[in-house]
Design a protein around this ligand. Structure first.
Ligand SMILES: Nc1ncnc2c1ncn2[C@@H]1O[C@H](COP(=O)(O)OP(=O)(O)OP(=O)(O)O)[C@@H](O)[C@H]1O
Ligand SMILES: [Mg+2]
Length: 152
């Protein structure tokens, strides 16, 4: 498994990273987005959707659990923050999204055993008001992202 660390200085650099990620997506990736409240999980998801050509509003799924988008590849955006029991995931009917969607799952680390194994885990660490450390682990193509100029 490849693992890289990227430091971004502001939202624009996170959006640039998102567009590089979006270029690699084929439509059957399970991606976990991890990190504390306000770390940037939804921001990255929105930026990926934008880069995939989705022009309309992307809501935060915190209160509605799941949203589905028709972009260049179909995207399922999930947020498990408000879910109380992992078993509730079984009632969401997520099987139909397997293999055909990019899954962007916020707070997946709350119930990892209830989800398919991830192809990519993206973890956010707040290092300043706008600075973030972003660790990406999984897909071999993450290595190619390291060479981009995201700041330092
Ligand atoms: N470099 C950065 N990358 C991403 N977001 C940033 C950055 N710098 C500042 N921010 C701000 O941090 C906030 C991140 O909020 P966001 O909703 O994406 O967090 P989240 O991880 O989804 O939190 P939650 O767990 O509540 O869903 C936004 O207001 C965003 O503008
Ligand atoms: Mg969020």
């Amino acid at each position: 498994m490849e693992k890289i660390e990227i430091r971004v200085k502001n939202q624009e650099q996170t959006a640039l990273l998102a567009s590089k990620i979006a270029e690699k997506l084929e439509g059957n990736e399970i991606i976990f987005l991890q990190g504390q409240l306000g770390a940037g999980k939804t921001f990255l998801a929105r930026s990926i959707l934008k880069a995939l050509g989705y022009e309309e509003e992307v809501v935060s799924p915190t209160f509605i659990l799941q949203c589905e988008y028709r972009a260049r590849v179909p995207v399922l955006h999930l947020d498990l923050y408000r879910l109380e029991y992992g078993e509730e995931i079984d009632d969401l009917g997520l099987e139909e999204y397997l293999d055909r969607y990019v899954w962007l799952v916020e707070w997946a680390d709350r119930f990892p055993g209830q989800l398919p194994p991830p192809d990519l885990i993206i973890s956010f660490f707040i290092e300043g008001e706008k600075e973030r450390k972003i660790v990406m682990e999984g897909k071999s193509w993450v290595r190619s992202l390291k060479n981009n100029d995201f700041g330092d």
